[in-house]
Design a protein around this ligand. Structure first.
Ligand code: ADP
Ligand code: MG
Length: 419
C-alpha cells in the first residue's frame, strides 16, 4: 500500500520547536543571541480563488505551519540573512540606495519588506541580522512567501518601534509593505490575500476578506467561525508537488484579461459586475446578459469564473454555518470545476487529486492558491483525511506523478512574537 508523508507543524512559543530552530540558526551564523523571534503562518484559501485582484471576496484560514524569524537590529544599513533552507550560505544586502528589483533570489523578500517600510514613511528602519526557519512547504501554494514577509514585517515593527503590529490599521500597513516587497522587489505578482491571511487570521476562524479598495481596515475583514472539530470534520491539504510557476506570465495574463473585461463592461472592477449579477432576481440570466457584452469566448469564461466564484464565498459561509456540509462540499467542487474549465489554472495533478478525494468520499475538493500546481483541499468527515491522502497517493503512483505530501489543517493564528 502507498504511504504518504504528513508534514508536521512545529510547536510555537518561546521554547517551542520553531523559535528554537530559528534562534539556534541565528546563534550559529551571527555568533550571538537574537533580540527576539517572530512568526507568521502559511494559509489555505477555503473558497474565493483569483478574486482578490478583482476586488472580490476570499476566505483563507491560517495554517499551523509557520515561518519563524530570529532577528536583531543593526545601526548601519546592512542586512545579513540566512535561511534554514540553505544554512551554509548567508546572504547580504544594503538598504542604502536600493532600487526596485535591486536584490535577487529569496533575499528579495525580507530585504524588500524593510525597503517598502522605509519608503512608506518609516526612515527609522535600518539594517538587521535575521535567521529564518520554516515548516511551511515552499512553492506549494500554501504561501510560504507571505509567511516569510509577514514574519519579517512584524519583526521589523518591533525592532524599530514602529508601533504597527498591535492593531488592525497598523497591521494593514505591514501587509502593504509585505505586498510591495513581493511585487516590486521579488517581482512576483500577488493580490494581497496571502499577506492579509498571515497578519489577520484568528485561531478557529476563517477570514472573510473583502478586497474592495475603498474599504478601510475596520470594514474589510470579518472573522467567520470555522470549527471543524465541533462539526466532526477534517480539512485535508495535499501538496501535489507539481510545478508551481506563477512567474511564467499566466497569472499576469489572467489579471490583464480581468482588467480589460472590467473596462469593456464600464465598471471599476469585476466585483462591481459580480455584485449586480448576484443581487439580480435571476442571477444565471443576469450573468448570461453580462457575458453577452464581451467580445470573445475566452474572456467570457474568465469573467464567468470570477463572477460566480465571488458569489460562492458567501454561499459557502452560509452553508457551513448552518451545518449543510453537503452543500459546502458542492461549492468546493463548483469552485474547482470553474477554475479548471473556465479560468484554466489547474493542471493534471490538481485535477487527479481532486477527483480521487471526491471518489474517496470527501464532501468536496478543490485546488487552493494560484494554481498551475500547488495544493488541493478536501472537506471530509473527521478521521477520513489520511485515507483520502492515501487514495490520492495511490492514484499519483499509478499515473507516474511525484509522491504528494499532506497535512490536516486547523484554523490557526496570525503573525505574532514568539519570544
Ligand atoms: P508559495 O508562497 O506558494 O510557497 P511562492 O513562489 O510565492 O510560493 O514563494 C516561494 C519563494 O519564497 C521561494 O522560492 C523562496 O524564494 C521564498 N521563500 C519562502 N520561504 C522561504 C524560506 N523559509 N527560506 C528562503 N526562502 C523562502
Ligand atoms: Mg507566495
Amino acid at each position: 500500500t502507498t504511504t504518504v508523508q504528513f508534514i508536521q507543524a512545529w510547536t510555537q512559543g518561546a521554547d517551542g520547536q520553531g523559535a528554537t530552530k530559528a534562534r539556534e540558526l541565528f546563534q550559529k551564523v551571527f555568533g550571538e543571541d537574537p533580540q527576539g523571534v517572530w512568526s507568521a503562518p502559511g494559509r489555505v484559501n477555503l473558497i474565493g480563488e483569483h478574486t482578490d485582484y478583482n476586488a472580490g471576496l476570499c476566505l483563507p484560514i491560517a495554517l499551523p505551519n509557520r515561518t519563524y524569524v530570529a532577528a536583531s537590529p543593526r545601526t548601519d544599513s546592512r542586512v545579513r540573512l540566512v535561511s534554514s533552507m540553505d544554512p551554509e550560505n548567508p546572504v547580504q544586502a544594503d538598504l542604502d540606495g536600493l532600487q526596485a528589483r535591486g536584490v535577487s533570489g529569496w533575499a528579495a523578500y525580507p530585504v524588500g519588506v524593510a525597503w517598502a517600510l522605509q519608503r512608506d514613511g518609516f526612515p527609522q528602519v535600518r539594517g538587521f541580522d535575521l535567521a529564518l526557519a520554516s515548516c511551511v512547504p515552499v512553492g506549494s501554494g500554501l504561501s510560504s512567501s507571505a509567511a516569510m514577509t509577514c514574519a519579517v514585517a512584524l519583526a521589523l515593527d518591533d525592532l524599530f518601534g514602529l508601533g504597527l503590529g498591535g492593531d488592525e490599521a497598523g497591521r494593514v500597513r505591514l501587509i502593504q509593505a509585505a505586498i510591495t516587497a513581493e511585487n516590486d522587489m521579488a517581482g512576483a505578482s500577488t493580490g494581497g490575500m496571502d499577506q492579509s491571511a498571515a497578519m489577520r487570521c484568528r485561531s478557529g476562524c476563517a477570514l472573510r476578506l473583502d478586497c474592495r479598495p475603498e474599504l478601510d481596515a475596520m470594514s474589510n475583514v470579518q472573522q467567520v467561525p470555522f470549527d471543524l472539530q465541533a462539526a466532526g470534520l477534517e480539512l485535508l491539504v495535499v501538496d501535489t508537488r507539481a510545478q508551481h510557476q506563477l512567474n511564467d506570465g499566466q497569472y499576469d495574463q489572467r489579471r490583464a484579461t480581468c482588467e480589460q473585461a472590467a473596462h469593456l463592461l464600464g465598471v471599476a472592477n469585476l466585483r462591481q459586475a459580480a455584485d449586480r449579477v448576484n443581487a439580480a432576481a435571476d442571477p444565471p440570466s443576469a450573468l448570461a446578459a453580462l457575458l453577452e457584452q464581451l467580445p470573445d469566448e475566452t474572456m467570457r469564461r474568465r469573467v464567468r469564473h470570477v463572477v460566480s466564484e465571488i458569489g460562492r464565498v458567501d454561499r459557502f459561509i452560509e452553508a457551513f454555518g448552518r451545518g449543510d456540509y453537503v452543500l459546502a462540499g458542492r461549492l468546493f467542487n463548483a469552485s474547482h470545476d470553474s477554475l479548471r474549465d473556465d479560468y484554466e489554472v489547474t493542471c493534471p495533478e490538481l485535477d487527479e487529486a481532486v477527483d480521487a478525494a471526491r471518489q474517496g468520499g470527501a464532501y468536496g475538493a478543490r485546488m487552493t492558491g494560484g494554481g498551475f500546481g500547488g495544493s488541493i483541499i478536501a472537506l471530509a468527515d473527521a478521521g477520513k483525511g489520511s485515507d483520502l491522502a492515501r487514495d490520492i497517493a495511490g492514484r499519483f503512483a499509478s499515473k507516474g506523478f511525484k509522491a504528494p505530501r499532506a497535512l490536516i489543517a486547523l484554523p490557526s493564528s496570525a503573525a505574532a512574537r514568539e519570544s
